[in-house]
Design a protein around this ligand. Sequence first.
Ligand code: S3P
Length: 742
Amino acid sequence: MSELVTKQILIIGLGLIGGSIARGLKKASSEIVISACDTNEIALKNALQEGVIDHAGSLQELCPKADVLVIALPTLTTVELIPEIAALSNANCIVTDVASVKSAVVAAARKQFDSFQQRFVPGHPIAGSEQSGYQASSAELFKDRNVILTPHEHCSCAAVAQINELWRLLHANVLGMELSKHDEILAATSHLPHLLAYAIVDALADQQQSENIFRYAAGGFADFSRLASSNAKMWSDIFIANADATVAVLDKYIDRLQVFRERITNAEHDTLVENFSNAKIVRDEFIGKYFGGKVSHNDSKSIINYLVEPGSKISGSIRVPGDKSISHRAIILGSIAEGTTKVSGFLEGEDALNTLKAFQEMGVTIIGPDNGELTIYGVGIDGLKAPRVPLNMGNSGTAMRLMAGLLAAQQFDSELLGDESLNQRPMARVIDPLTEMGAEIASVDNGKPPLKISGRTLKGIEYSMKIASAQVKSCLLLAGLYAEGDTSVSEPASCRDHTERMLKGFGYSLAQDESTRTTKISGGGTLQGTSIDVPADISSAAFFLVAATITPGATLCLEHVGINPTRNGIINLLRAMGAEIELSNKRKIGGEPVADLLVSYSQLKGITVPENQIPLAIDEFPVFFVAAACAEGVTELRGAEELRVKESDRIEAMAIGLRTLGVEVETFVDGIRIQGGPIGGGRVESFGDHRIAMAFVIAGLRASAPIEINDCANVATSFPGFISTAQQAGIKVSERECGADE
Ligand code: S3P
């Protein structure tokens, strides 16, 4: 049970929000001791009688005794009270608030001593209703609702974790947000609608016919004006405290009203229909997506096809999104570190975002991502909380395998789910060694997801991997962080070492023996929060390396690409085929080597892929096969059976597509032989695999006719904005949404 059970909780203001917090906490555990102060004696009396609070009293009396204090008052009253609370509360008391405008509250907190700032965690539950007062409060008010925390640079991570836990007990979803962003967003989504509701009722009430207007008003008026029944003091506080952001969005709204006014006056019927239709689509979509309504164009992933036309010219300079492997690891290690971790260049693709959501679900407060920037308030090595729901890893084998190692070693149970593709992928490779460490993991059909993990204390083992898998290695190193004794993992061939580099960046020492390719970790240490600059993903850059290499006349610069030697197989292989790739501006960023890559067209020659390059280019083979199809002669790959258990069977998926385009291909259990030659057009399948979809876009650069690629929505798992980046590089590609039956 939560640590909060043993704390003295004080709620200042027992209205709708304060009363609901008290009720919800008591429902979560009747042992929780709650005190409250309020000027409303009746509310206090009722709450005492109902057992919702245990004590009532004055601020002077109760504040010094509180371990956790919630200010549940209107914004300006909160601002006024902060100096008194800072003075009265004890030095260990963690303070939070629920005010709707955060900058005004944080400005007041910033005027207090540092020690108060560290223990003050600004919060805002996006719950509530037009009703107010204790009598309207409910234990369920925050269930499945978002609560935004806007911690500032002085907040202690322990205080943030404690307030996160408080909201988790109330079944809320806790999100982090930059405070200026919070106030801007709330001005548009909450403050403006309230103002409009007050304005319409106020304007109509002034009219002589108001009685008739209200008498004959239909449901539309009731819907629109509902918010005008909200607490007047609370809302005037909000508008004044958030005046700048509210006025800015109000001005935009007034401009739009003027436009509509003119269109109505000029009877611009068609334009109005278009405006309103667009608004309807947008609203239906967000209601469907965020409020679980029935009307949605986006209930499941829509089917997206790509069309690439011949005749592209490749040039310019592009930066592809952040590295997926490093982004996953930044979230994982940042979450279990002490202190904050700042991440820039984070990949905002579905896979890494699923990992981020999983840690939010386990009680980690994360601000962002905002343009690739994140701040993670680490909960410490033992600070994760039991997830309340199964954790959905979507399409990502990396996330599932790494998380399996971490979760197997926790003192709570958990479940990992995946999508259709992930549910077919082998997990025995992590389940077996983890079981040897003492883990208990149930799977489907001897090793397929979902994985049901019972948290256990693990013991270190020495493990020799049968396959060169960075996912397995990383899984065991993460489990090894928690295991009793040492865990050592040896790999049959070098594979990506981001986990090792990043662990060192977090101050965790490892013993690495290059000659035996063994990494040893001792359990029981701690990680220190750090800064991570995620380089651009070489696996995403690879599509453009091949694009420029195979397109006559092309020259392209790829900026800030990670060139870790355990990842640069694609550069080695393309160079071996005769590609011209220059590395400039080489530098090291956060322990990872980075460079700008300048690549231009060259006529490639077929090669036999050296086996030691396979793990170094493991994700790049789909697009490498396209390069092979454009090369003179034969390219052969053997020893790569791993490709059959990626997001799709990549040997088969590429062979089928290449044959459709007229390329001569032979497959083997462990590889492929490709005869270079002309490429035709046609319709190919991506098999739901992001890298197959993108590889065929690149094939389109040398095709004699258009190529249509089916089912490309999963490109968003690793490369959000792929189409616009490809267009920026000069590729004639477009996407279209298709009906489910296409
Ligand atoms: C990854 C490792 C590789 C790679 C995957 C990402 C990682 O898998 O294919 O896309 O981040 O550790 P294996 O290690 O299983 O080959």
